[in-house]
Write a protein that binds this ligand. Structure first.
Ligand code: FES
Length: 154
């Protein structure tokens, strides 16, 4: 159940958007921030707030990789697996992250701290390979640098 203050804030955002669809991703992100992920119930709430159907919201949710339709850890580590990053060592980087975290891509560490998710282009191709931890983007990430970064957040 959405806290009243958040509900009012989101209703305000929807009201000020040109179309409810325009506000839908923003609403989903805020609900995800509140719940930790976008459950079926949260998706229904997003539909209720925007006036879109649950199917329309689901279509948007599955399009955006930063909307999580399954539970994730407290922090999500995205590893770009698109062509620029892949060609500059992204695969080796992902293997290192799997080894350091002790999980395979797509999984969450046993302490629920980090979920490791491959993703499409993060828009940082000029500094490939790229990763994103939470909302912070890192570029030119070598396996060694990734290990150092993880030491500071684990
Ligand atoms: S291909 Fe990795 S950031 Fe664009």
């Amino acid at each position: 159940m959405i806290p009243e203050r958040l509900r009012q804030e989101l209703e305000g955002r929807v009201a000020s958007a040109v179309t409810p669809r325009e506000a839908a991703v923003d609403v989903m992100k805020e609900l995800q921030r509140h719940y930790g992920w976008l459950s079926d119930e949260a998706l229904q709430e997003a539909a209720g707030l925007t006036g879109l159907s649950a199917l329309q919201v689901e279509e948007l949710a599955t399009f955006y990789e930063l909307i999580y339709r399954r539970p994730v850890g407290r922090t999500v580590l995205h590893v770009c697996d698109s062509v620029s990053c892949w060609s500059l060592g992204g695969e080796t980087l992902l293997k290192r992250l799997e080894r350091v975290l002790g999980v395979e891509a797509g999984a969450t560490t046993a302490d629920n701290a980090i979920t490791l998710l491959p993703c499409s282009c993060l828009g940082n191709c000029g500094d490939a390979p790229a990763i994103m931890i939470g909302e912070r983007l890192y570029g030119r990430v070598t396996p060694e640098l990734a290990t150092e970064i993880l030491k500071n957040i684990i």
